[in-house]
Write a protein that binds this ligand. Structure first.
Ligand code: ZN
Length: 606
């Protein structure tokens, strides 16, 4: 088993303080508690032959009794409740979690082989022979990981028992399959992160049976090219090859296999994949893909600035991968990506009043965010969505033997139990540029490392107990080694500034960033239809649901940003083009109105 260089703090050791992330977390809690556990259990009971309580019916959309993916939200819900219990000691979350696990165990007990699902097992018979069917392994992964998370974050022992039985059931099935035949089927089907959960089950139990089954789910036609450093992610050889949200979890699975076995080939393939997706196939906001796929080669983004860009699940999964790879290498490129995605996609994906989520984050000029209906959408991105806003404490701080890394400037408090130290980070970043770290407890000697983001061109100014610290230029982390005392205080001055990011394949199109924030133009509501839908976005929506705007042309000098003028309102800027004025603000804070993200240089610009 591989030991990582650094690890994130357990989520129960990090508490969010007031700020945009805590606000999103609280809105998510309210949404989660509006969901009815009985309705999330209904199809499981039906499948197990257990009567559903009177008056209860399953949800609609992707949770309806005739949808192949039914049950996936229940798995995410187990994880989201577990995270909520861990982050906030939320006892209602624990109560709901324990109840649902108990009921799901009863459903599982109706099958003699450990099967647990909201759909019949014959779905697996069909997919294993023909490749036909909509992603049953994907759905089982959500449920299996939900069970593991209930054990990890909330200490539910029954959940681990259920997970072991599920692992046994799947291992027994896979043992009967021919590996070569399976590899042929692989390109037709979507197995999602099942490899990751099985590897996790091995890491938690030590039973090699699960490791063997996890490796059964390594798709050679993706793994070996990545190992050789070949990016063929856009090559539609077969059905699922270039499907982003199938492929990213598969590489999370490979990383978990690296942790489980120490086989550095798994790491090498994962690193190559991450670099291609994060650095060559992602928009300024950090999201990737179009219509759930990679359709063009690396560094080709200009054709797909449309309403189906950037599935939110992909960002959820890329955050997992960035965090994992950061633990392995502490390379700041992973932390920069994490911050970019966190602000510009994940925080941007929630309606800040009712907690509903988007599927895609549109980049179509003048388009808007479409949020799922409360009762009849339940897309994949709603499932990952209820987890997203409970995970904000996951990657703010990391720890080594004698190091504490501050990676994100988010108001929060972290307890480093091994060192008897607490650090409180007080900041209103990004609305302000000061962050204060207050150290308390009985700290002693350790190395406090502050991440210097890629966008902080002039570095960070650091004061320790009021005295300016000399820091070397160009470092990715500022290291402060000392014998820390109770009430020591570190002040970080992190200057934010505007900069432009041009598309790699079209130097006339760009996004505007302020520090890590992608800025978007506010365009009002005129001509905008409802922003709520159960449309799954697979098919083009009616014409009336598509913005007819074109990308705004601006007559500017790109070597300067003095045409972006700060206003008195924090994080609000004016762009004074010769023809028109635009107010811009962070993409994450725009909802219920139309927006522009990308801009076009005036075509006769010198
Ligand atoms: Zn999704």
């Amino acid at each position: 088993m591989k030991t990582m260089k650094f690890k994130p703090f357990d989520i129960q050791d990090v508490r969010l303080l007031d700020g945009p992330f805590k606000a999103a977390h609280e809105v998510n809690i309210a949404y989660m508690f509006r969901l009815n556990p009985e309705r999330l259990l209904a199809t499981f009971r039906e499948n197990a032959g257990i009567p559903t309580p009177a008056g209860i019916k399953a949800y609609a959309g992707w949770e309806s009794p005739d949808c192949d993916l039914r049950g996936h939200t229940t798995g995410h819900y187990l994880t989201a409740l577990s995270l909520l219990f861990a982050t906030d000691n939320n006892l209602e979350a624990q109560q709901r979690l324990n109840y649902m696990i108990k009921e799901l165990e009863q459903c599982q007990d109706k099958f003699s082989n450990g099967y647990l699902s909201a759909f019949p097992e014959k779905v697996f018979d069909v997919i294993e022979t023909s490749g036909e069917g909509w992603a049953p392994h994907y759905t089982i992964h959500k449920l299996l990981q939900g069970m593991l998370d209930a054990n990890i974050y909330a200490g539910n022992k029954t959940a681990l028992t259920c997970a072991v039985k599920m692992g046994d059931w799947l291992s027994n099935r896979c043992d009967k399959l021919e590996r070569a035949e399976w590899q042929k089927l692989f390109d037709k089907i979507e197995t999602g992160g099942i490899c990751e959960s099985l590897a996790n089950l091995f890491l938690m139990t030590g039973d090699k049976k699960y490791l063997k089954t996890a490796e059964f789910f390594v798709q050679y036609s993706k793994y070996y090219p990545a190992l050789k450093g070949i990016d063929q992610l856009d090559n539609p050889i077969t059905g699922n090859y270039h499907h982003c949200n199938t492929t990213i979890p598969q590489f999370i699975g490979l990383f978990r296999l690296y942790q489980a076995t120490g086989n550095s080939d798994y790491l090498q393939a994962t690193k190559f994949f991450w670099h291609q997706v994060a650095l060559h196939r992602s928009y300024a906001s950090g999201g990737t893909g179009f219509h759930e796929h990679w359709n063009y080669g690396p560094d080709s983004l200009s054709h797909e600035l449309d309403y189906q860009a950037q599935e939110t699940c992909c960002s959820y999964n890329m955050l997992k991968l960035s965090k994992d790879l950061f633990c392995e290498e502490a390379n700041p490129v992973y932390a920069d990506h994490y911050e970019r995605v966190l602000y510009n996609h994940i925080l941007a994906s929630q309606h800040p009043e009712n907690g509903r989520m988007i599927y895609m984050l549109s980049l179509r000029p003048g388009h808007w965010k479409m949020f799922g209906n409360e009762d009849d959408a339940f897309w994949c991105c709603q499932g990952t969505g209820i987890e997203n806003h409970n995970r904000y404490g996951e990657a703010i701080y990391f720890k080594g033997e004698d190091e504490l890394l501050v990676n994100l400037f988010i108001a929060s408090k972290v307890s480093w139990k091994e060192k008897n130290v607490e650090i409180t980070q007080q900041t209103n970043f990004p609305a302000g540029n000061i962050s204060i770290l207050k150290i308390s407890g009985h700290p002693g000697n350790f190395d406090l490392r502050i991440r210097v983001p890629y966008w902080a061109k002039d570095g960070i100014l650091v004061k320790v107990n009021g005295l300016t610290l000399e820091t070397g230029a160009g470092a990715s982390f500022i290291s402060i080694k000392r014998n820390w005392k109770n009430n020591d205080e570190v002040e970080l001055d992190i200057p934010l500034s505007t900069h432009l990011e041009f598309l790699p394949d079209d130097a006339s199109k760009f996004a505007i960033l302020y520090g890590p924030l992608v800025m978007a133009a506010e365009l009002g509501k005129s001509g905008m239809p409802s922003i709520y839908t159960n449309n799954n976005y697979y098919n083009p929506p009616p014409d009336s649901f598509l913005s007819k705007d074109t990308m705004p042309e601006v007559d500017i000098v790109t070597s300067k940003t003095d045409w972006i003028v700060e206003t008195e309102k924090p994080l609000h800027f004016m762009i004074a083009d010769k023809q028109k004025e635009f107010m811009i603000k962070p993409l994450y804070s725009i909802y219920d109105q139309k927006y522009h993200v990308y801009w076009q240089l005036k075509r006769d610009n010198p």
